[in-house]
Design a protein. Structure first.
Length: 93
């Protein structure tokens, strides 16, 4: 969880700002486009990793005997790990 939190904070610190206005040459615009594409791929990759982590945590808490129980499902959705994963995922959206 700490690694995912650190990656999320790192991505937020590197969000491209309004550098388009500052980019005056074609080379600068091309460089900015490459950076944006790379950044977008990294965000997608981390978002996918969070989704996999969330599914893994859910699978750890769900047992075949209790999977249909609505009270256990409600309890699992209130789990701090799941809530933190959901919070990080919302930052990516």
């Amino acid at each position: 969880m700490e690694k995912m939190r650190a990656v999320c904070e790192d991505l937020h610190s590197r969000v491209p700002d309004n550098m388009v206005e500052k980019a005056s040459s074609m080379a600068a615009l091309h460089s900015l486009l490459e950076y944006h594409d790379s950044f977008s791929r990294e965000v997608e990759r981390e978002s996918s990793a969070l989704t996999l982590l969330r599914h893994h945590v859910l699978n750890l808490f769900l047992h075949p005997q209790t999977a249909a129980s609505s009270t256990d499902t409600k309890h699992n959705q209130d789990n701090p790990c799941l809530l933190e994963i959901q919070s990080i995922q919302e930052k990516y959206d």
